[in-house]
Design a protein around this ligand. Structure first.
Ligand SMILES: [Zn+2]
Ligand SMILES: [Zn+2]
Length: 315
């Protein structure tokens, strides 16, 4: 009887003797080494924690989503980890009267977008309308979290009424909108009933999101979070076609809160309904999905070029 170690050695010997390439373990991150920008990276408390996630998931760069007063924090990151953060977005409480002032100041101090904008207001309500106009006036995009179903009893909902968002796209043609989160992605399928945060099963063609992405040059999609990954995992045949058709308008992001870029800690913090991502890094899951689904050209667009064009990033 041989022990485990002898068995491993025997197998290794056999594989070496066969000279087969497949004896090599598969590269864990086939995208590592390529330039990838995570455009949905929430700024973490310490500079190191940001870099640990990027390095752990094999991602070269990020655009940080931060508070309106993050200019100094971003400067500190740039000093310590030069070139890793390509830019930052600013958010502020849009229900407060000074929101426009805070965000304008952030843009003057270097922010390239507004976001993540996630508040308990209607998507067509006065608070968000002011922000859509502000984004147009400042010439920067706005990243909005759309959610119609609470994840916990106390959570509430955000930017509600996505099904009627066409009116906003028409009213604010100069605003570049980036759609994100549950309702944006649930509505990839037609007839979504706003009943579950992350619907499963085959996608019915003609969904609101698909139609709006096709019809409005001022709408873009953020692939981040369980919402994005879930929608792209429901129906692989639909997904391949969807990604191909919208390859110029979709932007990779993770929205992952795992600690190490490998699924440690909690990847979808405060969201028990996203348990399919437990123990996984959302960045890795979505990059792997994109890589196996789209052409290298489309992959490059979604993980690098689209963000550079839309956010006017310099590298
Ligand atoms: Zn969000
Ligand atoms: Zn992660």
């Amino acid at each position: 009887m041989i022990n485990r170690r002898q068995f491993s050695q025997a197998i290794a010997g056999m594989l070496a003797a066969s000279g087969a390439d497949y004896a090599q373990p598969a590269a864990p991150d086939p995208w590592a080494g390529a330039s990838i920008v995570d455009c949905h990276h929430h700024l973490r408390p310490s500079p190191e924690a940001n870099i640990v996630h990027l390095d752990g998931s094999g991602i070269s760069n990020a655009v940080a989503l931060a508070r309106g007063n993050a200019a100094d924090q971003m400067q500190a990151l740039e000093t310590k980890y030069s070139g890793r953060f390509l830019a930052w977005f600013a958010s502020a409480d849009i229900t407060r009267p000074d929101a426009a002032e805070v965000l304008t100041k952030a843009v003057k101090s270097g922010a390239v977008g507004l976001g993540e904008i996630k508040f308990h207001v209607e998507a067509a309500g006065p608070e968000l309308r002011r922000m859509y106009q502000l984004a147009a006036d400042l010439g920067i995009p706005i990243l909005v979290h759309f959610q119609e179903v609470p994840h916990t009893p106390a959570e509430g909902v955000f930017s509600t009424g996505f099904k009627n968002f066409e009116a906003m796209l028409k009213t604010y043609p100069k605003t570049r909108f980036i759609g994100h989160a549950d309702a944006f992605w649930a509505n990839v399928s037609a007839g979504d009933a706003n009943e579950t945060a992350y619907p499963t099963g085959p996608i019915k063609r003609g969904g609101v999101t698909d139609k709006l992405l096709s019809d409005y040059p001022n709408l873009f999609g953020d692939l981040a979070a369980n919402s994005g990954n879930n929608a792209l995992s429901r129906d692989p045949d639909f997904t391949a076609d969807f990604l191909k058709r919208h390859q110029d308008k979709l932007i990779f992001g993770s929205d992952c809160a795992c600690t190490d870029g490998k699924g440690g800690g909690v990847s979808q913090a405060g969201n028990p309904t996203a348990s399919r991502m437990a123990g996984k890094c959302v960045a890795r899951e979505t990059l792997a999905l994109l890589q196996k689904t789209v052409s290298p050209t489309a992959f490059r667009k979604m993980t690098w070029e689209n963000a550079h064009r839309l956010y006017k990033l310099k590298t």
